[in-house]
Design a protein around this ligand. Sequence first.
Ligand code: CNA
Length: 248
Amino acid sequence: MTALQQAARWIGQARRMIFLGGAGVSTLSGIPDFRSAGGISEDFETILSHAYFMEHPAEFYSFYRRSMVHPEAKPNLVHRTLAQWERAGLLQAVITQNIDGLHQAAGSRRVLELHGSVLRNHCMNCGRAYGVEQVMKGGNPPRCACGGIVKPDVVLYGEPLDPDTWQAAEEAVAEADLMLVAGTSLRVYPAAGLLQRLRRGRLVLINREPTAMDRLCDGVIHGELQDAFAYLAQAVEGADHGGERNET
Ligand code: CNA
């Protein structure tokens, strides 16, 4: 049995599966990741830091508008398969490091956005909420009617994660009987540390290239997500789900 066949079998048997994904999930939607060859080449860890935003908001927004916001992007097979698994009662939650909102666009309902979302923004002075369209047009940096600078609700390097989202992610991982991880280099913490919070579940990783966490996994598939999910979507659909699960 191949690792992919084994993964399909485990997904079919799982009762509390969760998914943890990263930028590789959205490369198929035309959004570059950070660390692949051909990914974002600028010094993103500096530009996307809290300190840089506070000191150079216009330079931050020049990069951010060009590289981080992709209003034309549509969900791909991976997003759609995960949404389908949630509807079928197979998947408990998507935990994502992505900030593009594509899981929700595909129909996923329980999405824990560890690093926030480009779709939500707020004035740092009065707290007024702004949509992504308002942030993409207008002056640089975008300003609120009150004169304050509008900041994306995205967790910048050097900023803490939202504690409620983090706690919900930790709990979902602790309760999981299968954790499927895909499209992430697992180099960003604390997100990558979630793999070590798994108590008794199986751990399966799908990624184009090896990661430092491969050795922790029960199953590792090195390859393209589109190939793996094309197989899994079909194989899991055909699997015997046991008839006990609550369909939603
Ligand atoms: P990363 O460090 O760029 O790693 C992405 C991983 O995905 C790499 O190991 C790639 O080899 C792999 N990969 C890319 N495409 C595919 C594919 N088609 N099939 C299989 N594997 C693939 O990204 P991480 O998510 O690990 O890093 C976390 C950062 C990236 C988070 O803070 C995100 O906010 C940030 N980010 C998000 C987006 C987005 O929202 N779409 C885009 C770019 C960066």
